[in-house]
Ligand binder design. Structure first.
Ligand SMILES: [Zn+2]
Length: 409
């Protein structure tokens, strides 16, 4: 539902949350969402044996999701995929390995709890290369999807999206910041299960009075195509170019490459280890992942006497779309979105920006940037099946054009 601006009453409660010297303001939204901890169900990690032990399915790795397996006949099994808890969005994520003692064809039928439907076309990692399952391997009936696999002793990874575990993310940013002393790798805390929460704090020649740009991703674990755009975006900003150099002498970036490491490694559909959608917690910060991120940002603002001017939160959905706030006049950059989208269309051949605009009524980051900081907040969504080439193109150009526009400001 779209709400008129006058109906959305926003109150900033200046109450202090948590202890310590950094005051974090809670931000009120029109619709309250309960983000206190809820129980989750963990998967039993195991290798399932079929056909009396010559076919194997396994969820024994980070990012896996396979709750149960039932063999139907010699060539078919049903695989049961369940969410961490419910209610939850209809985005059934799955990931498992499959192999056999002898080369054979085998069919797997996806089964989800009532009310949830197949969303992700299977992606297969064979010999270290990812590819999307093609039409000769997929069979759709009215309520189920079946995938046909050619199994050998070499495991095939079958997954809703490419696996990018917390270790993969760490490997990526560790390589990225090598030789770049202006990228400061910090920890802003730990997750519910004690995993490190990393942030890349990026600035050249001091950080005082430099306007802040915040980049977020992986609040929702399976949204890996959005993470790929985050990678391309950040890699472009860190390139050894004159534009980048001038930009980082003028602005400071805080980039959060994995907001929900527990959810990512547990193979969650959407929530953190407390069973909560982190992108509904940007009001009272009940979850440690959000609370500590907000604290880090608030501290940066206070210590460097600065402000947030732009927040981009990278996600994935059915298609590419930018979710923007409708209210712009009060933000520090009222013209940014228009200028940015014009520049994207101008610089990406055959590309039309898909924008959906409304002020956030629920506690999502996009609304937090607007109501809490008078900043431009955008949910940067990439389609589930948008190709890597396309993602890289959009990620690169959007970073370049952002830098150009901000330097003209
Ligand atoms: Zn999302």
């Amino acid at each position: 539902m779209k709400l008129s601006r006058s109906v959305v009453v926003i109150l900033l409660i200046v109450s202090s949350i948590g202890s310590g010297c950094t005051t974090v303001k809670s931000v009120s939204f029109e619709n309250y969402v309960d983000t206190t901890a809820k129980p989750i169900k963990l998967q039993a990690k195991k290798t399932f044996k079929l056909n009396n032990g010559d076919i194997y399915l396994s969820n024994a790795f980070n990012g896996a999701r396979l709750n149960d397996v039932k063999q139907i006949n010699d060539t078919l099994a049903e695989i049961y995929i369940q969410p961490e808890n419910s209610p939850i969005n209809n985005s059934p994520y799955y990931a498992f390995k499959a192999w056999s003692d002898l080369p054979t064809s085998f069919y797997l039928r996806f089964k989800y709890p009532k009310g949830y439907n197949h969303r992700y076309v299977p992606k297969l990692k064979i010999n270290d290369k990812w590819k999307i399952a093609d039409s000769t391997q997929l069979f759709t009936s009215k309520d189920a999807m079946t995938v046909k696999l050619s199994l050998t002793t070499e495991p095939i990874l079958v997954s809703a999206q490419e696996i990018q575990s917390s270790v993969d993310v760490k490997n990526w940013y560790s390589a990225l910041l090598k030789g770049k002393d202006f990228v400061h790798l910090n920890s802003y805390g730990t997750s519910v299960l004690g995993k490190n929460l990393p942030v890349l704090d990026i600035h050249k020649n001091g950080k005082d009075n430099k306007d802040l740009i915040i980049l977020l991703t992986r609040q929702h674990p399976p949204e890996v195509t959005g993470y790929f755009a985050f990678q391309a975006f950040l890699e472009t900003i860190l390139k050894d170019s004159e534009l980048s150099n001038t930009f980082l002498n003028t602005y400071r970036i805080l980039a959060f490459p994995i907001m929900n490491p527990d959810g990512v490694d547990l193979g969650h559909w959407r929530h953190n280890a407390n069973g909560v959608d982190l992108n509904r917690d940007w009001s009272r910060y009940n979850q440690p992942e959000i609370k500590q991120a907000v604290k880090y940002i608030s501290k940066a603002i206070k210590k460097s006497k600065t402000r947030v001017i732009l927040g981009l939160d990278f996600h994935s959905t059915w298609y590419d779309v930018f979710y923007t706030n409708e209210s712009r006049a009060k933000t520090t950059m009222p013209q940014f979105i228009d200028n940015w989208f014009i520049a994207l269309e101008h610089n990406i051949p055959d590309y039309t920006v898909n924008e959906t605009s409304s002020d956030s009524d629920k506690p999502v980051s996009k609304g937090w940037f607007l109501y809490g900081h008078d900043a431009v907040g955008i949910t940067y969504e990439i389609g589930d099946t948008t190709s890597k080439t396309e993602i890289n193109r959009i990620g690169k150009v959007s970073a370049t054009e952002m830098m150009k526009i901000l330097l003209k400001k």
